[in-house]
Structure formats: C-alpha cells, structure tokens
Design a protein around this ligand. Structure first.
Ligand code: 16G
Length: 311
C-alpha cells in the first residue's frame, strides 16, 4: 500500500533507543520511523523527575531545531496513579508550573522556542486549570489522558481547554490509560467520544492490533469520523528490533511476540507498555485487519494530526 508521508503525534523511540536518552540514539530512532513512512514525528517522553525531563528535553530540542523532529510531547508526570499504565508511580505528581517554565526555557535556549507541542495530564489532578492556562500561554496543546476522572470532569475540562486555547484538545490514546466504558458510568471514554462527535476534540487511537480490538477501532471511525481521530504509534524502544528486555523510562519491559509489557516476574499480566509498531504498521492493520476504508485511515494518519501541529 503506497502512502503519503504520515504524521505521528505520539512516539517514544525505536531500534533500542528511547527518545531523550542521548542525541545519537534519538536521531537513529527518528530515522527508523522516517524510513517507515513517517514524514512528521513528535517525540514523546514518559513521566520522569523534573531534572530527568529537563535533560531529555535539552537533548531533543536541537533535533526539533534541525527539523529531524516536529516537536516534543510530555506524557506526564501529572497523571493518575490508578491509570498510570507504564508510568513510574514514584514520579507522578500534581501539575508543577515551574517545570513547565523550565522546559519552555530549555527549548528556547536550544533555539527551538516552540518545540513543546502537546502535554498529557489527568484533569482530576489539583491545579489542572492553572496548568491549562500556562500551556495555552506557551502555545502547547493540552491533552487529556491517563485519567480516572468521571465523564463530567473530562467533559468540562475538554470544553475549558477549547475555550482557553481556542482550538480542540487531544485525548491521549483513547481507551488506554482510562477506565473502560460502563453503561452506568461512561467515564472519559463517553466524554471524549461525545466531544469528538461534536468536533470539540481529537482522539488518539493506537491501531496496532494489540491495544484495541478491530470492532472498537471501527466503532470510533464510524461514530466520530476520521477528521476527529489521530492514529498514533505509541512506539517504544523495541520497535524495529525483536522480542527481549527493554526499558520505558525507569521501568523494565519484556517484549514477547511483539507485545511490550512491564516486567512482572513472568506472570504475563504487566501493563502494556507502548507498541512495537510504526505508524505505517498501524495504517496497514486498520485497513487490512479492521477493514476500514483506506482514505479514512490516511486522513487519521495525515490530515487530522497535521491540523493539530498547524493550529
Ligand atoms: C507509553 C504509555 O503510557 N503507553 C500506554 C501504557 O501506559 C498503557 O498501559 C497501555 C494499555 O493501557 P490499558 O491497559 O488501559 O488498555 O497503553 C499504552 O501502551
């Protein structure tokens, strides 16, 4: 399947390299995704301590300045402990506005003042409103995710982000890192699908054949439409390599049969820890396995995510 250059808004690395660890490894990871068909790539950082994140952003910002990366995505550390997935619980915290300012200053010093493009947080955390205002001031798009909040809290946060930022927010990998939809308590899934259906947010989906079933991916395309969906890879360091032992942030990961999970002493029940797919793999899966129209899948892997970066 020939595809136009894809746009991946959420990607942690490849070829054994996690973005932000070192310059050369970050460049190699980016080159792997480029070779796989991604024309525009945002590097994602999992939750870390402030000094770790400052160091990682200092490593990545020059790659944004040189055009190897389109931007940086902070995934945490202002996330829900209950819905942390593959994030280190010891570094999760309420929004820290000093960290936002330090990271923005780090990017400016590296000659990439607008390098931070999106920031995932849980809206139930104390200080979320102030965080949204700070992100808006710096042109960083707030993304709701890794959250245990009710539908009401998520609905009102999505509306408030749209108001404050003047553009629709993102929802980080819809379904993953949040409570499952329940018909008497719809939670973040109900809130996000309703907002996306009204054109008031864009939902990320990891269509790698592991994170979501084909029927769920089809349901989202058929209810909110591809102009409100951004397919993302959420690719971690094992992408492009085989099964084995890896890390995500400070946590150990085992990859078996291409599925990355937090190491758990062999029980096989560790949280899924990102994907081992490129965005092109996800596009192929969505067309060939989920059976979605190619044009719709490409919209969700090109035009829609590009609109997030353009606005
Ligand atoms: C880098 C990152 O955060 N990736 C998340 C992971 O944390 C979460 O465990 C998984 C499954 O989430 P689920 O168990 O809620 O479906 O989705 C994504 O891989």
């Amino acid at each position: 399947m020939a595809t136009p250059p894809l746009v991946d808004l959420h990607c942690h690395g490849a070829l054994g390299h996690e973005f932000g660890r070192d310059t050369d490894g970050s460049s190699r990871a980016a080159a792997h995704h480029r070779a796989g068909g991604v024309g525009t790539l945002v590097a994602s950082l999992v939750s870390g301590r402030p000094d770790t994140l400052i160091g990682q952003v200092a490593t990545l910002a020059p790659l944004v300045a040189s055009g190897e990366l389109a931007g940086i995505h902070l995934e945490g550390p202002f996330l829900s402990e209950e819905r942390r997935g593959a994030h280190d619980p010891s570094v999760l915290t309420d929004p820290d506005l000093a960290l936002v300012e330090s990271l923005v200053a780090t990017c400016a010093e590296a000659g990439a003042p607008n390098a931070l493009v999106q920031w995932t947080f849980a809206p139930e955390r104390t200080g979320s409103g102030e965080l949204v205002a700070a992100l808006a001031r710096h042109g960083i798009l707030p993304a709701v995710g890794h959250t245990d909040a009710s539908a009401e809290v998520v609905t009102s946060m999505l509306a408030s982000i749209a108001d404050t930022c003047g553009r629709p927010p993102l929802v980080t990998h819809l379904f993953n890192g949040m409570p499952p939809f329940h018909h008497r308590a719809g939670g973040p899934v109900a809130a996000a699908l309703a907002a996306a259906g009204r054109g008031e947010c864009v939902v990320e989906l990891i269509a790698d054949g592991v994170h979501l079933s084909a029927d769920v991916v089809r349901m989202v395309f058929e209810t909110v439409g591809p102009q409100h969906i951004a397919l993302v890879s959420d690719a971690m360091a094992a992408t492009g390599l085989g099964d084995g032992a890896y890390t995500i942030g400070t946590l150990e990961v085992e990859v078996a049969d291409g599925v990355a999970r937090l190491a758990d002493g062999g029980s096989g029940r560790g949280s899924i820890a990102g994907s081992t797919s490129t965005l092109a793999d996800c596009v192929r899966w969505a067309v060939e396995v989920a059976g979605l129209p190619e044009a719709d899948v490409l919209t969700a892997a090109t035009t829609t995510p590009a609109s997030i970066l353009a606005s």
